[in-house]
Design a protein around this ligand. Structure first.
Ligand code: MG
Length: 417
């Protein structure tokens, strides 16, 4: 789509400017445990098009629920605790285990009964979700000091795009360190961070030195990193798929790399092409700050009530355009289009239609709105307001999801770590 293309070019210019600024500054000293390559030189030329390399941080709180409980209750500190369901009931499951409990093999999603067998002195703690939500809000407030491009994945995990950070720090590693420090100082909790140029690598990296880790995988290290990565560490590869891969003699990224895209699709379904790209370090998914947005819409109250259908269509066209722009700006696609109508007597109705796939294009939105309007006997009653809303958002840029070969492949099914 043309508008999107223009937007991309503009953004690239922007980052070029950022690069120039960046180069004037002396490079800060990188701590010894990290790769010395810096994420500053983030633009390179390929086929004469400037490609922007993003600076992505993935932050993941360490044993979040359990750490909050240990922080708030001195009796739990240094003890094996499990936040979750009681082992007495039938369906009790561990949501998060403290690191002391993990030493005994207690893991999240494990039945509480089994956890107690593995660790007989395990203390079960009832979750306090309102407290976790509150802490989560404070964590996000810390993130927002550096960037507005925050994509929360759960209460304790988020991607941050700091390609252009608010404070002009420039170094993603420095920002990750500051965030970790702020979380420690202000919330008395620890977080682990992964820093790289893509969401996938940043996410895997944040897990490598838990707890309280910071792992940087620089652009030149990505391919090698992916090659040595065991298949079960591939974020998105579930246990079943990992087993299948091992039976086929595929143990690492390097093994996956030997297969063609066609072969990967043949063996693993559509997600195969995702593996093909990811193992080569190709992951251009943007951080989506409005993932939590439930809907995007626009409405208009008219200076005079409408009775003419052509006039209604003209108004719907304007509203659909606004909605389309909003969707584009936030990189959203939705499956449900809702039409809202308010009549001259202030009576209000809504009609909606859902699609099996997400949409965000102007014509489909407008046509659907017109179709929904047609079903309401328009013209019988004067209309004072029309609105269109798109909702039912899903992940738009990853070829995973409902059409994927097996449910555990969903990239966005997280367990609390
Ligand atoms: Mg976590």
């Amino acid at each position: 789509m043309r508008p999107l293309r223009e937007k991309t070019t503009k953004r690239n210019h922007c980052c070029f400017a950022a690069l120039l600024l960046c180069e004037k500054k002396p490079a800060p000293q990188a701590p010894a445990r990290m790769n010395s390559a810096y994420l500053c030189s983030l633009v390179f030329m390929e086929n004469s098009n400037p490609i922007v390399r993003r600076k992505i941080i993935h932050i993941d709180m360490d044993a979040f629920y359990a750490s909050v409980e240990q922080r708030d209750n001195p009796l739990y500190r240094g003890k094996a605790i499990a936040v979750g369901g009681s082992p007495e009931g039938r369906g009790g499951v561990v949501a998060t285990a403290s690191y002391e409990a993990r030493k005994f093999g207690v893991r999240s999603a494990m039945p509480s009964k089994r956890a107690l067998q593995m660790c007989p002195h395990l203390i079960f703690v009832r979750p306090r979700f309102d407290v976790y939500k509150d802490v989560s809000r404070k964590i996000r407030e810390i993130f927002s000091r550096y960037t507005d491009l925050i994509e929360p994945l759960s209460l304790d995990e988020a991607y941050l795009d700091v390609t252009e950070d608010k404070l002009g720090i420039g170094s993603a590693i420095e920002i990750a360190q500051q965030i970790k420090q702020a979380i420690r100082d202000e919330l008395h909790l620890t977080a682990s961070a992964g820093v790289s140029t893509s969401k996938f690598v940043a996410k895997v990296a944040s897990d490598l030195q838990k707890p309280d880790g910071l792992t940087f995988i620089g652009p030149s290290a990505i391919e090698g990193f992916m090659e040595q990565l065991p298949v079960e560490k591939f974020h998105g590869v579930g246990r079943v798929t990992a087993e299948k891969m091992k039976k086929m003699g595929l143990f690492t990224g390097a093994d996956l790399k030997k297969l063609t895209e066609q072969q990967l699709i043949q063996y693993f379904g559509k997600v195969g092409s995702f593996y093909y790209r990811i193992v080569r370090g190709i992951d251009d998914r943007a951080v989506q700050p409005h993932r939590e947005t439930k809907s995007a819409g626009a409405e208009d109250t008219f200076p005079h009530d409408l009775t003419d259908i052509a006039e209604m269509h003209a108004e719907l066209a304007k509203i659909a355009e606004t909605v389309t722009k909003r969707l584009e700006r936030h990189q959203l696609k939705g499956r449900t289009v809702t039409l809202k109508i308010k009549y001259s007597d202030f009576r209000q109705i809504t009609r909606n239609q859902s699609f099996p796939y997400p949409i965000n294009d102007y014509q489909t939105i407008l046509d659907t709105a017109k179709h929904l309007l047609a079903g309401t006997s328009p013209g019988e009653q004067p209309i004072r307001l029309l609105g269109i809303t798109l909702s039912n958002f899903g992940e738009t840029t990853v070829p995973l999801g409902k059409e994927g070969p097996s449910p555990q492949l969903s990239l966005f099914n997280f367990e609390e770590e």
